[in-house]
Design a protein around this ligand. Structure first.
Ligand code: FAD
Ligand code: SF4
Ligand code: SF4
Length: 423
């Protein structure tokens, strides 16, 4: 196999999430992340790609390797829950400042933590994501050094987003920075830290949102049409925020605006979600490798009709999962200095109630990976995520059903993607 064929295999087997790390590691002469005709972000091999670079990518790509919190970050205060992983403390809270809470996707805690880190000079900048200018439904990597930058990036981007494409540029500054991303972004960063000592030296905080997966472009465009928006005339897309969850707001190039609710967007029972294959088999949507993970806290996993429709009904609260000592110190420091308001502590079983889809996926991941391997496909290698124990807790009948369902889907070609090309 050529280096290009080896790289393409990650995408063809349905494991690439378009995080951008491989371009950051190999350089633009070897790999360029581009939008494909199907509306995904994928790495396109360039003339400078060699086997040594592809070896590095297989060691670091979060599509192919997903691991939990490094052992060195576990300590005597860490309690490891079978489902929720390593935890120092879980608290419910929100950004203390009303504007940050309002504009944030949920209660604005990730933006409040970013503001605390910048304004208290604990880091020089934040590497995270904001709305893409080129493709309005996508996210794009951004570096925030000011309050205005952080506020411009508040809110969730549910479209393709290559946050780690900016990693090398960020490291080359020699400055200290925090990273906010999806759980797979943070895993990619931890993987890369095993090869590049600059990452642990320069990145003292790694933060993530709990993530159920993003929506593929064709499915998103169908939802736009169903809700009266025109996907061919997009100027900007705000998925949520400005309330919790707030409206999905689409602005067209002629200035007209269409707004609809979170439930109109995703369906009452997530029935409108169309997840990429990689997200369906994700072994860690709960941010096990990060210092702090932030989630929604709707009982049953979705807002009520009233919460989704009346945008001033719920000002927004997050659960904050503090996984490491650094994460706990960060959250408690932000609370002490007035950036965050913490209202109560909760336990892992309350998290089960807030995130039933995450519990289900966590128990199913190992069996689904076995199903991929049984079909001759490529599954991510995993460690420190308790996946065999999680599968065993559901019993042999569930393991068999999950594994054979995934095997059949892979054999039917449902995990396959065409060789990535720009378009
Ligand atoms: C794809 C996706 C799936 C999600 N699934 C779930 C779920 O299953 N359960 C759940 O509880 N919550 C889920 N969320 C998280 C939820 O929407 C909120 O992001 C989370 O509660 C944090 O809220 P906040 O108010 O603190 O965020 P904010 O204060 O609005 O801050 C959000 C931060 O995240 C960064 N960001 C936003 N989108 C992306 C992205 N795509 N990639 C990298 N960085 C990004 C922004 O730059 C910003 O710094 C998901 C979010 C995304 C993007
Ligand atoms: S998941 Fe990220 S690192 Fe892996 S191939 Fe895709 S873009 Fe590259
Ligand atoms: S579900 Fe998993 S693979 Fe998909 S975007 Fe979220 S963390 Fe990444």
């Amino acid at each position: 196999m050529t280096p290009a064929q080896r790289l393409n295999r990650i995408s063809e087997e349905g494991l690439c999430i378009g995080c951008g790390l491989c371009e950051a590691i190999a350089g633009k002469d070897a790999i360029q992340i581009a939008r494909t005709p199907e509306g995904a972000l994928r790495p396109i091999p360039q003339a400078g790609l060699d086997h040594a670079a592809v070896d590095q990518i297989y060691l670091t790509c979060p599509g192919t390797r997903m691991e939990g919190l490094p052992d060195r970050l576990l300590d005597t205060e860490t309690k490891t829950d079978l489902v929720w992983g390593p935890i120092h403390r879980i608290a419910v809270g929100h950004a203390s400042e009303e504007k940050v809470r309002f504009q944030g996707a949920t209660g604005g805690v990730l933006s409040a933590l970013a503001l605390y880190l910048l304004q208290e000079k604990q880091v020089d900048f934040i590497l995270h994501a904001r709305a893409s200018e080129k493709h309005p439904s996508f996210g794009e990597a951004t570096i925030s050094r000011t309050r205005a930058d952080v506020m411009a990036a508040a809110g969730s981007r549910y479209g393709p987003t290559a946050t780690l494409i900016g990693l090398e540029e960020a490291l080359q500054t020699g400055e200290r920075f925090a990273v906010i991303g999806t759980p797979c972004d943070i895993t990619g960063l931890r993987n890369a830290a095993t090869l590049d000592p600059r990452i642990d030296a320069q990145v003292p905080y790694m933060l993530a949102m709990v993530c159920g997966g993003f929506m593929e472009t064709p499915a998103f465009e169908k939802r736009l049409v169903a809700n009266g928006a025109d996907p061919t005339q997009l100027k900007s897309v705000r998925y949520r925020g400005y309330g919790c969850p707030g409206p999905t707001r689409v602005e067209h190039t002629d200035g007209s605006v269409v707004e609809f609710t979170y439930l109109d967007m995703w369906g009452e029972d997530d029935s409108a979600w169309s997840l990429p294959f990689r997200c369906k088999i994700c072994p860690d949507g709960i941010g096990e490798a990060c210092d702090v993970a932030a989630s929604d806290i709707w009982p049953g996993g979705a807002p009520t009709d009233e919460e989704a429709t009346n945008h001033s009904h719920d000002p927004g609260d997050n659960a904050l999962l503090m996984r490491s000592d650094a994460g706990r110190t960060l959250v408690e420091g932000a609370a002490r200095t007035g950036y965050l308001t913490l209202t109560e502590d909760v336990g892992p079983r309350q998290m089960d109630d807030f995130q039933p889809h995450q519990v289900k996926k966590k128990h199913a991941a190992w069996s689904r990976h076995m199903g991929i391997l049984a079909a001759g496909g490529m599954a991510p290698t995993t460690a420190r995520l308790r996946l065999p124990e999680l599968a065993a807790a559901r019993g042999p009948a569930d393991i068999k059903a999950q594994a054979s369902g995934t095997r059949n889907r892979v054999l039917a070609g449902k995990s396959r993607e065409t060789t990535p090309r720009e378009g």
